[in-house]
Design a protein around this ligand. Structure first.
Ligand code: GLU
Length: 352
């Protein structure tokens, strides 16, 4: 009996490996970095990270936006989307959280798409501030310059730069753009939007300063309001992974085939994510993973392995820097298992 079970389990594994190998076209697998990205390896990496970190109890939900404190802390989902359009999931991939600061990436992309990369560089800069995401000192230091679109002053400025003749037109453009990245129509979490609108006085002050220094040229309070709404867009882990996968795939959504961002602009977006995507721990994150990433206080993190995959994890409890504890650990484990670090190169020759 024992040996028959053992034999059938062994046969099942062989069949699974053979089927997996057949289901992925050979050239795609080669392009994606050989067998490290085979379906069996990817699913195994997700499964193992999930098991390893699911019971971790560190961190706490953000509570400076009251509605975020009420989100279920146990949500834990991992999704990886390859550039050839395969989707791998583990855990809770249907629960939605507000996108929060991850939205900053896609509004910056929208501005770059409309005005080119120089507009971002000259309006808010592309340098790390070394200060918290809503720092007023960081604005004062260089009169609103020499920062980036991943911290609030730069992000609200980016939102103010999206073109449109009315609030409605600008908003629809932003939401449609996020939806193109996600491959489905996204919507706003009205409870979070209301809660954050009632408590966003600091962001209003930041926007006023950016206006005073000439970086925001539109109405700063309207820009803050639109920014607050963009942070309230609901996403699940698959949405986020598809958004990251679109960046990994040179700006073309790997599931819908839609060109969302011109490929030549993608490196600009990834560079700012790499520099400032995980708040004050951006350097630590890059040191560990090599991946451009972006976190949000809703509990999501996205990361991009260029040419290979986008990955996203949602788990609301955050560490002191504001990054999801489980998401950081799970993404690092999965990516490192799959050879996701773009800086990690195996030497191909020893020279002459
Ligand atoms: N809407 C949040 C704020 O501006 C976003 C913060 C975040 O996710 O980092 O405070």
């Amino acid at each position: 009996m024992m040996s028959r079970n053992y034999f059938s389990a062994f046969a099942a594994v062989l069949v699974a490996i053979a089927m997996a190998a057949m289901s992925t076209p050979a050239p795609a697998r080669e392009a994606a970095g050989a067998d490290l990205l085979s379906p069996v390896s990817v699913q195994a990496a997700l499964d193992s990270a999930y098991v390893q970190f699911k019971d971790l109890k560190e961190g706490a939900n953000a509570d400076y936006i009251p509605a975020l404190a009420k989100v279920d802390s146990n949500i834990f989902g991992i999704v990886l989307v390859t550039t050839d359009g395969r989707v791998y999931t583990k855990g809770d991939v249907t629960s939605e959280v507000s996108i929060q600061s991850i939205s900053k990436v896609f509004t910056m992309a929208k501005v770059i798409e409309e005005q080119g990369p120089a507009a971002i560089e000259s309006n808010m800069g592309v340098d790390a501030t070394g200060q918290v995401f809503n720092s007023i000192n960081a604005v004062e230091q260089y009169k609103g310059a020499e920062m980036n679109a991943m911290v609030n002053p730069g992000a609200i400025t980016a939102t103010s730069m999206v073109s449109g003749s009315s609030r409605e037109e600008i908003w629809n453009k932003i939401l449609d753009y996020y939806s193109d990245f996600a491959g489905r129509k996204l919507s706003v979490n009205q409870e979070v939007f209301k809660s954050e609108s009632e408590t966003n006085q600091r962001n209003q002050a930041i926007a006023m300063l950016m206006y005073a220094y000439g970086h925001i040229k539109a109405d700063p309070l309207r820009a803050t309001d639109i920014y607050t709404e963009q942070c309230s867009v609901n996403v699940n882990a698959k949405d986020l992974a598809t958004m990251a996968g679109t960046l990994a795939n040179g700006g073309t959504n790997p599931l819908t085939g839609k060109v969302v961002l011109q490929s030549s602009y993608v490196p600009n977006v990834l560079a700012v994510m790499a520099t400032a995507g995980l708040y004050d721990d951006s350097g630590k994150w890059l040191y560990t993973t090599g991946l451009p990433g972006k976190s949000g206080v809703g509990g999501g993190i996205i990361a991009v392995s260029p040419g290979k995959f986008g990955i996203a994890v949602i788990s609301p409890p955050l560490d002191a820097a504001g990054n999801s504890v489980k998401a950081q650990k799970a993404i690092a484990a999965v990516s490192n298992a799959l050879g996701g670090n773009p800086y990690a190169v195996t030497p191909t020759s020893r020279g002459k």
